[in-house]
Design a protein around this ligand. Structure first.
Ligand code: 1OR
Ligand code: 1OR
Length: 376
């Protein structure tokens, strides 16, 4: 009837926004069941809603809804004693594996220069004080290897930890090739860090040069700081859906690379238009993402614990797309610099691309769609 068709019901903006964000999440994630997904999505949204009643949704937000059923992690190693290094109950603080002596291997200037160059990118050494770093350099000794040499055999007790100066090294678990080092990196840290048998076999493919450090020195200087740091970031990194593509072992390397940063309420963390130096994972608190629009800043998203931001500019190599502020108290973040991002995040590019297409296309298309939405 003509009188009915002229009566238009306006859809409230808040409803449009909620449906828009839910739809973005649904389309990005593509879960098998829309109802199950909606229940999870809105339950999580409700539980995370700040007391002021602001709706806290973002493209990334939905990605964490299904984090429990994301791909199961492949077992860390074949040994049943070490299902997951992160889950290990071992406590180095209670372990007294220290005989008091630190080895010193004298080096020529040329040797020391090569060693300094080799350890430059060793993430495990990042949190060392200058004095500790000098002890590390003193304690390392050179080892030449030839093609076919076994440096480490799976199941053995751990003796040394190695930093690679040159050479190609293949890693095997139960005779299956699982990793290759090409002239850079380190290995042999796991058995020393967790007081466990060697998780894998490492064999030289070419001639090579290694810098080794004995177990005692490793444990005295590096153990507690490295162990604490990995433990500290364990929960955070396990809760970030984008990092599900990484194996436990790779997530631990990521933990080594992170640097903690705190911001006070209202402080700006990222400024729209700036060049990017890294990305952030949220350990505690919430942040507000805001975009410049007609001389004012408009909030486009709020992000909370376990979510991340600042990845976009690193991937697109463009300036920051938005500004990000600390909200609702002190915010604790874990910062990953651009160099480590490029080294460690290759495998996560699927997750990053999904969030980028989420930002770019879904938002645009759906805004148009929901913008026109009216019930007749
Ligand atoms: P380690 O002391 O146990 C073997 O001795 C070394 O191989 C180990 O320390 C690591 O430094 C190195 N999983 C376990 N150990 C690995 C891995 C690895 N890659 C290198 N090592 N994975 C490969 C991840 C790309 C996980 C396989 C499931
Ligand atoms: P960045 O390095 O560009 C700002 O620095 C960060 O804000 C950005 O990375 C993202 O991590 C984060 N559009 C662009 N950036 C966003 C958005 C977003 N949300 C969070 N960030 N949109 C919101 C999508 C729900 C699109 C708005 C049109």
């Amino acid at each position: 009837m003509s009188s009915d068709s002229s009566r238009k019901i306006q859809v409230p903006d808040e409803l449009k926004e909620v449906l828009l964000q839910f739809s973005i999440s649904f389309l990005v994630e593509q879960p098998p069941d829309v109802i199950d997904y909606a229940v999870d999505y809105f339950t999580k949204l409700q539980s995370e809603r700040p007391s002021g009643g602001h709706t806290d949704i973002s493209t990334d937000d939905q990605l964490s809804v299904n984090s429990q059923d994301a791909d199961a992690e492949p077992p860390m190693v074949a040994s049943s004693r070490r299902k997951s290094v992160f889950a290990e109950a071992y406590d180095p603080e209670a372990d007294d594996d220290d005989d008091g002596a630190t080895a010193v291997f004298p080096k020529t200037d040329e040797q020391r220069a090569r060693l300094v160059e080799s350890v430059k990118n060793v993430l495990l050494f990042r949190s060392l004080e200058k004095e500790q770093m000098n002890q590390v350099l003193d304690a390392m000794f050179e080892r030449k290897v030839q093609p076919g040499d076994y440096i480490i055999r799976q199941g053995d007790d751990g003796d040394n930890f190695y930093v690679i100066e040159s050479g190609v090294y293949k890693v095997y678990i139960n005779d299956k090739h699982i990793n290759t080092y090409n002239h850079t990196g380190l290995f042999g840290e796991l058995a020393l860090l967790y007081n466990m048998p060697r998780a894998a076999t490492v064999q030289a493919e070419t001639n090579g040069l290694l810098w080794a450090m004995d177990r005692q020195t490793f444990r005295r200087i590096l153990l507690k700081s490295a162990f604490r740091k990995r433990k500290m970031y364990e929960e955070l990194l396990n809760s970030v859906p984008m990092l599900k593509a990484l194996q436990n072992y790779e997530r631990m390397n990521l933990a080594d690379a992170l640097v903690s940063k705190s911001y006070d309420n209202g402080e700006r963390i990222i400024k729209q238009g700036d060049a990017a130096d890294g990305m952030y994972f949220i350990e505690e608190g919430t942040v507000s993402v805001r975009m410049d629009q007609d001389d004012t800043e408009v909030e486009i998203s709020q992000l909370g614990k376990g979510q991340y931001f600042g990845e976009l500019a690193l991937v697109t190599h463009r300036p920051r797309a938005a500004s990000v502020y600390a909200t609702g108290g002190v915010v604790k973040l874990a910062f990953l610099d651009v160099v480590c991002f490029e080294r460690l995040m290759g495998k996560c590019s699927g997750g990053i691309e999904r969030s980028i297409s989420g930002y770019r296309y879904l938002e645009q298309d759906l805004r148009e769609y929901f913008g026109h939405l009216q019930l007749n």
